[in-house]
Design a binder for this molecule. Sequence first.
Ligand SMILES: [Zn+2]
Length: 371
Amino acid sequence: MQFRNVIGHSELKQKLTATVADGRISHAQLFEGAAGYGSLPVALAYAQYVACTNRNRDDSCGVCPSCVKYAKAAHPDLHFAFPVNTTKTVKSPAVSDHFINEWRKMITETKYFSEQDWYEAIGIDKQGNISVHEAEKIISKLNFKSYESEYKIMILWLPERMNAASANRLLKLIEEPPTNTLFLFVTEASGKVLNTIYSRTQRIRLHPIDENDIATALADGETSKEQIYTAARLSEGNFITARSLLKSASNENFEKFVLLMRLAYNKNVIGLLEWAENMPELGRERMKTFLIYAERMVRENFILNMKLDEIAYLGFEEYEWAKKFSLFINKQNVGKLYKCLNTAILQIAQNGNAKIIFTDLALKIMQMIRQ
Ligand SMILES: [Zn+2]
């Protein structure tokens, strides 16, 4: 991946290329930020830039033999470690090498993906980890001399999935790496990275992506500008969220939301339980997208009802429906509804039991909607 394929972050790209030009390449770096901000793509582009034999000031060349191999994520001096677990075909101890083909496909084709997307791609329904067996593999890989490049680079995705044993096993290597070895850690939750690792790295923090950069990346020549900008604005700088908001900007979320509110208004408990039971079928990312959508609908309907000066951002169909529904979103319940939805988003993100979360949510909304 080249820097020009990384969405946004122009300032950060400049900083990173400048450190290479000045020969200030730190041997252990930690890229921290949400997956949707692009922390992994930035690390990949940086690694390709360091290894490129014909780089210019702003980017790797994209055509030298090193870049060609990097584009396929198949360079002999580029190594990866990421969380995995056992599957029907992969028995314990599972290590990254078992899943390297799926990994290459993910980083070269999907490019922006969440931890959950990764587990779905390799067919595990439990959390992955970076085990002490993986740590042994890393040590043996980095103890070889580099084959082609000046640097051997190890990209370790999600160090928060290492346990103390594997982190301890790697300490010496991180502290005194063999010459010309780079460790690039990529974390989504820097607070959960063991301090023994965290304190030995130079940190590079990623901020949310600029809305306009997200909108440009989403443009496909077919989707309306209005839809694209709405998705970009609601995503809060997270490209994965924006992409999935756009995908479900279709009627799916609207229909689910209308049904939920109708059942809640009619105090139809059996209907609400059934509604909640169907939600887990969507998978984590779409459940989260639905909840973000629901938050937005609550907010827009409140604005409409209160006739506030702020503009309500509603599509035509949403607006027609909201003319009546908005009367039920008022000062008494808007804060509570918002809080409930927000809690559900957090719980879904933390892998909570979706059926329980949505049942609880639906019943709470029933109590709030006619206040
Ligand atoms: Zn190159």
